[in-house]
Design a binder for this molecule. Sequence first.
Ligand SMILES: Cc1cc2nc3c(=O)[nH]c(=O)nc-3n(C[C@H](O)[C@H](O)[C@H](O)COP(=O)(O)OP(=O)(O)OC[C@H]3O[C@@H](n4cnc5c(N)ncnc54)[C@H](O)[C@@H]3O)c2cc1C
Length: 492
Amino acid sequence: MEVTNTLNLPRNIEKIYVPDSIDALRVLYDKLKSENISVSISSTGNNWGYGCASPVSNNGVHISLKALNKIIDFESEHGLVTVEPGVTYGMLSDYLISKGDEWIAPVHGGGPDCSVVGNALERGYGLTPNADHFAAVTHLEAILKDGSYYQGNLTKIGQARLDKLFKYGIGPYLDGIFTQSGVGIVTQMTIKLAPKPKYIEMFLFILESNKDLEACVEVIKELKKTIGSTLGGINLVNQERVLSMLIKYPEEKIKSGEILSSAELQELGKTFSIPSWTIVGGMYGEKSMVKVTKKILKKKFRKIKKRSVFYNSSNKKYFRLLSKFFPKVFNLDIKSFVEKMDGVYNILNGRPDRVALNLAYLKNLTKPNHVKLNPTDDNCGLIWYAPLVEMKPAVVSEYCQFIEESCRKFEYNSFITLTTVDDICFDSTIPILFNKDSAKDSKKAIDLYDYLLAEGAKRGFYPYRLNIKTQSELTFDNQFLLPNKVDENRYK
Ligand SMILES: Cc1cc2nc3c(=O)[nH]c(=O)nc-3n(C[C@H](O)[C@H](O)[C@H](O)COP(=O)(O)OP(=O)(O)OC[C@H]3O[C@@H](n4cnc5c(N)ncnc54)[C@H](O)[C@@H]3O)c2cc1C
C-alpha cells in the first residue's frame, strides 16, 4: 500500500499495525523480527514537512503507536509526567488543566494532535519555557532491535523513582541515542514540566526597517543572555511569513506556480500594516517580575521598533471587544489579527492551538472547511528546511540574504522564522510550500530543498533535523551533504 506525505514522496509499505497495549507491541515486534521484516515507527505520525508517517525507505511494515495513549503517571508536586507515545499535546494539556492547571504542556506550532514523545524524539522545540523538548525528558524506556528492553541503570538496580527524578541516571548517559535514530521503540517517557507562572504576557515588536535586523539580533542576544527564565523563546519573523498567516494566496498564482512579486508584497505589507520583521515572545513569572522584564524589553527595542503590542489575560478581552465592534479598520482585518494573537497566546500558555497549521494550506486549492486540520490527509505540499543559525548579526544577515536569493532563484517566496534556541543559536524554519497537485511545483520544491541543503552547508548552515529523503541519502562522510569547505573562523 502507498502512504503519502506532504513532501510528495510516497512510500510503499506492506501493512500498518496499531497495537493497543505495550504487551501487544512486544509480541508483534518479536514476531516481525523473527520473520526478518523491516519495521518503521511513528507515535502519532504527524511529522508534517519532514516525512509525516512515511518510512525512510520502501517496503517493510509500519507500526503506529497512536493507540498507546495512557498518561501513566503524574506527580503534581514535581511536575513530572510519564506518558505513552500516543499521548498528544491536546490530551496532555487537557489533563494538566483538569489537575489544577499548575504546569505547562510543552506544546509547539503543530497543534493539539502531535505526540509529546514523537516530538521529543525528533528533538523538536517550541516557545514555552521548556522550549527544547528533549532537554525536559528525564527518563525513557524502549524496546531494542534485538527485542530486549531498555531501561536506565538506576531503574535496573531498583531505583526507578530516582531514575525519573534525575535525567542522567548513573553510568553512561544513553537515553539520547533514541533521538533522531530509529535505534529502538520508545514505549514511555517522563518529562519535567515547567510550572505555570502567575502571569504570562506576550509581546510583539515591529521593526522600523529591514536595516534594523542586525541591531535586533544584538538586542535579542543580550536579552537571552541576561534575563533568566522570565523570558521565553523569541521568534523573529519576516514580512512574507507573517503575511502567509493573514492572506489568502491568489488561486491563479497557485495554479500557475507564480510567486507574490516584491510590489505585491509591499502593497500587502501596507494593507495589513506588516513591516519587514516582527518579534514575538512571552514573559513568564510573578506580575512584578514581568513588569520589570517588559520595561527592559521596551528600553532595548526603543531605537529600532516602530510599534509594540502587549497581550495578556487582562487586556485580551479589550482586544476581543475591539475586534467585535471594529472587525475592519480601513483595510486592516482586526478580527483576524486578534484571533491570531489569541492563538499564539494560547500556545505560550501551553494550550495547543491550530493557528499556525493554516500555513501548510497556503497553496492548497482544496482547503477543507473543517476544524481538525491534518496537512497529510488534506493533500498539503510542505517541506521544512530547518537550519541552525549562529546568533551573530552578520551571520543572520548573510543567512537571510542566502534564503531570499535561493528562493527567488527557484521562484518561491521566502518565509523566514528564526527562533531562539538559547543565547548563541537560532533555529530557523523555512517552509517550502507548494501545490501538491502540480508535478512541476512538487519537483521545484524538492529541488529548492536540495539546493538549500547543499549551498547552506557550504555557508555553515545545516538543519537540526532532516526529512525522509535526506535521511535515506545521508552518510556522515558524504561530502555533498557535509562539505568540509566551511571556514570555521569566518566570524570569530
Ligand atoms: C504548521 C506547522 C507547524 C509546526 N511547528 C512545529 C514546531 O513549532 N516545533 C516542532 O518541533 N515541530 C513543528 N512542526 C513539525 C511536526 O509536525 C512536529 O514536529 C510533530 O510533533 C512531529 O510529529 P509527531 O509528534 O506526530 O511525531 P511522529 O511523527 O509520531 O514521530 C516523529 C518521528 O520520531 C520517531 N518516533 C516517533 N515515535 C517513536 C517511538 N515511540 N520510538 C521510536 N521512534 C519514534 C519516528 O522516526 C517518527 O518518524 C510543525 C508542522 C507544521 C505543519
